[in-house]
Design a protein around this ligand. Structure first.
Ligand SMILES: [Zn+2]
Ligand SMILES: [Zn+2]
Length: 235
């Protein structure tokens, strides 16, 4: 019902009918910067092949990353309200903003075959009652007419403090917690997969999932993230 009534812009919060106002959309367009084609880190204009040094040194398993803006930019508050206060209306604004910035969806001639959420463990889902990635996924899927399915990727819950684990332990844990449902393999094989998430920080989770999808025969993996941290250190 809320969607039929005037709402507030996800950027400036001004009360109006669009989920993002023209002024904020222009601001978002104007703030677009050159980014690494593969991981979306900010890069200088002259970087070789439009890739950052990290991706040139070691190619991540995903092929492309698109984002709306940097974490810390003017949409950060909207992302927090969406994620932690479950203000689902914001997801509609994020979708509209996305279509304003990336009207063609997937870059190049490829089109996405399946759009998948970053899974949340059942334990965490019960605690939070909301998977921000899945809510975005449903909206994008409906609007862009790309199939989606929350059952393809699974995540098990691991007790313990991720923060106190060292980098290597964290990486190993990540590899162990994700899996693909055996009856979903056909959905992945030779397909162009889009992974959707709200914030990309180190890219470790997206890398592990992309590798898993490639191991099961995915043709390409594209990350669509709303905000990208401007550097790889966790925020
Ligand atoms: Zn606005
Ligand atoms: Zn990169």
């Amino acid at each position: 019902m809320n969607l039929l009534l005037p709402t507030s812009c996800i950027g400036c919060k001004e009360f109006q009918t669009a989920t993002i106002c023209q002024k904020c959309l222009k601001r978002l367009k104007d703030s677009q910067i050159q980014r690494c084609a593969q991981c979306a880190l900010p890069i200088a204009l002259h970087e070789i092949n439009h890739l950052c040094i990290d991706c040139l040194k070691k190619q991540p398993p995903f092929d492309v990353t698109l984002c709306l803006d940097s974490y810390g930019g003017f949409l950060t508050e909207a992302i927090h309200s969406y994620k932690y206060q479950h203000q689902i209306a914001i997801a509609h604004g994020l979708l509209d903003a996305w279509l304003g910035i990336h009207p063609r969806g997937l870059q190049g001639s490829q089109s996405g075959d399946v759009i998948l959420p970053i899974p949340m463990s059942q334990t965490k889902l019960h605690q939070r009652g909301f998977n921000q990635s899945w809510e975005l996924c449903k909206l994008f899927s409906r609007k862009l007419k790309i199939k989606t399915n929350w059952k393809v990727l699974n995540r098990i819950h691991i007790e313990g403090d991720q923060v106190s684990a060292n980098k290597q332990e964290r990486a190993q844990r990540l590899i162990n917690i994700f899996s693909i449902s055996p009856d979903s393999i056909e959905l992945i094989q030779n397909k162009n997969i889009v992974l959707i998430d709200d914030v990309m920080t180190t890219g470790a989770t997206l890398s592990v999932i992309a590798q898993l999808l490639k191991d099961f025969g995915a043709q390409s993996v594209h990350n669509w993230v709303i905000l990208r941290t401007p550097n790889k250190s966790p925020c």
